[in-house]
Design a protein around this ligand. Sequence first.
Ligand SMILES: Nc1ncnc2c1ncn2[C@@H]1O[C@H](COP(=O)(O)OP(=O)(O)OP(=O)(O)O)[C@@H](O)[C@H]1O
Ligand SMILES: [Mg+2]
Length: 361
Amino acid sequence: MASPDYWHYPRSALADSVLMAFDSGLSHALTMFAPRRMGKTEFLLQDLAPRAEEHGWRVFYHSFMTDGDEAGEVFRLSLAEFAAGRLKRWLKPLTARVSAELLGVKAELGSQPASAPHSLTEVVQALASGGRCLLLLDEAQILTRLPRNEELLGGLRTGLDINKDQLKVLFTGSSREGLRRMFSEARAPFFHFGTNIELPTLDRGFCSHLAAAFTRSTGRALDESRLWEEFQATGHVPGRLRAVVEAMVLNADLSLAEAVALKLHDVHDEAQYAKILKALPILDRLVLQAVLASAPLFAEDTRARMGTTLGAATPSTTAVQSAAERLLRDEIITRRERGQYEISDPGFSHWLQALAGDTQA
Ligand SMILES: Nc1ncnc2c1ncn2[C@@H]1O[C@H](COP(=O)(O)OP(=O)(O)OP(=O)(O)O)[C@@H](O)[C@H]1O
Ligand SMILES: [Mg+2]
């Protein structure tokens, strides 16, 4: 095994409780949603996968992020490869065909007669016959956007249903709305399939850990309590704090405040945020503003304020509702419990807050 990454702050308790749920047969499917850069992938790869292997699970990790419209097919083929690598009887024909498909090779496969590719259900079935396996499916919300996704999701669901004892699955994603579409809509193939678990925000220990790793790698000191303040002030996003510390490792002249300023204003993100905002109809922008201020969207005085800003009549509840629906659909905002909304991306939320501060000043 590769030497452990000393920058990684372990989430052992969470990994243990997930494994306990699977090992004991309590759960066969879990879902975990958290915004971008909160540490989902890092948890899967650095905490859960190694721990699961120690517990005797074969672990298959797959992210749907990068394969565009082909994501479903790439998944089927990767899973088949994985299954084939460990199966005795299916091994030859399956590996030959799958590898060829994976490489995009259209060459004749010798004297082998052409046959239909294995369906996803068959692949899952083959995987299960090889013994216990844990599937870590990252960015799973992308599955709902793929062409012919119903076939794919249906096949996956069937395969998993038939093999509940052998196959356990953890779906993760950064889009609650996408995941809601996948697991909470009555028509969705994964309706009520998985139990949702939280990815807890990291505690102060994460900051002490980063400070110690910084000293280990540079021989310089780093004020842990200042790191903790920054972490809290910027929405507990580990990816962001790691970027700040990384900047300081690479540039010894950079103070913590300078590194924070540098990374808080991530030029790439900011250009993206400005573009999103600019593309919104004016009413949607006002609804976004109300979400930012945690104002009740449909309340009379909230809508009256929107009307004043618009220089027009108070927008109707229906108009505000439609604007909110558009923002939800585009995953700019997310629905929380009891009719509360929040801005999906904490980075965007901070950027908007800074913008609101600037305009008021
Ligand atoms: N437990 C941790 N210890 C140390 N660093 C961490 C930890 N979790 C996350 N990070 C840092 O945060 C970065 C982002 O984490 P990760 O890629 O896992 O987030 P994510 O939730 O999967 O985001 P996305 O939705 O964008 O894929 C990591 O590259 C790493 O630098
Ligand atoms: Mg990720």
